[in-house]
Design a protein around this ligand. Structure first.
Ligand code: NAD
Length: 239
């Protein structure tokens, strides 16, 4: 059975990705800082849970040693904090860079050798529409996601000949465990007004595209960023 590794699989988009890839037939490895949450996801999708901080290279390598192979890697774990640039602290800066950028590098170092050994695979990095639709007081989160998109293209160029495709998804306004507070009460309807399709997204909207990128239908798609945002970035990019 093909193996999929998903980081940040304990809740939100990562959990939806795990459920979707399991229904596609993958044996899903659920990595998260929070082992209880990862175990819940693993139970729901018949996968395996690992307590793993993606910023800790040794911990990521230790997971790789325990799994038989890897055909799909979803670098989903991500965090955010939203101070103004002038107020951002060392700790805020460091934590976002560590998870959003360094975590992807360590996971690729750990799992790409497994992909090579099994003749190829698919890497999906979680970016954000925020990489391009900047607004004030969002700290360095958008900058880290722009870096994720750059990393995606570099990986696509480096790994294409190994039959390993690397793409990224840029979610828009998605109601997840981590963002639910932003959509309470009237706020979901209010925020939906800024979306060309008139609604905010659900984790399954992202998971379906993860499924496409991890499957054979996307076999010639490499180095692309797909914004799954109901059209928000279409307007931003037209400017
Ligand atoms: N929800 C949205 O609207 C949205 C929009 C754009 C981009 N994204 C991106 O999608 C991804 C998932 O977002 P979400 O809304 O599901 O977030 P979430 O907060 O609901 O879930 C994130 C998961 O990642 C785990 N995690 C955090 N740091 C980790 C680490 N160091 N190692 C391992 N696991 C770690 C958390 O424990 C949690 O289970 C993130 O990369 C986020 O930046 C989300």
């Amino acid at each position: 059975m093909a193996v999929a590794v998903i980081t940040g699989a304990g809740q939100g988009l990562g959990r939806a990705d795990a459920l979707r890839l399991a229904s596609d037939g993958f044996d899903v490895m659920c990595l998260d800082l929070n082992l209880d949450a990862a175990s819940e996801t693993a139970e729901l999708c018949g996968g395996t849970a690992f307590a793993c901080d993606v910023t800790d290279r040794d911990a990521v390598m230790a997971v790789a040693e325990q799994i038989p192979s890897c055909s799909a890697l979803v670098n989903n774990a991500g965090i955010w904090n939203f101070p103004s640039i002038l107020d951002v602290t060392e700790q805020q800066l460091q934590s976002v860079i560590e998870v959003n950028i360094k975590g992807i590098v360590w996971c690729c170092q750990a799992f790409v050798p497994k992909m090579r050994a099994s003749g190829g695979g698919s890497i999906v990095n979680m970016s954000s529409g925020a990489a391009w639709t900047n607004s004030p007081n969002v700290g360095i989160y958008p900058a880290t996601k722009a870096a994720v998109e750059s990393l995606t293209k570099t990986l696509a160029l480096e790994l294409g000949r190994d039959n390993i495709r690397t793409n990224a998804i840029g979610p828009g306004l998605i109601v997840s465990d981590g963002t639910a507070a932003n959509f309470q009460g009237d706020r979901a309807a209010e925020r939906a007004k800024g979306v060309p399709m008139g609604r905010v997204g659900a984790p399954a909207d992202i998971a379906d595209v993860v499924s496409f990128l991890c499957g054979n239908d996307s076999r010639y798609v490499n180095g692309q960023i797909i914004y799954v945002d109901g059209g928000i970035t279409a307007g931003a990019m037209a400017r």
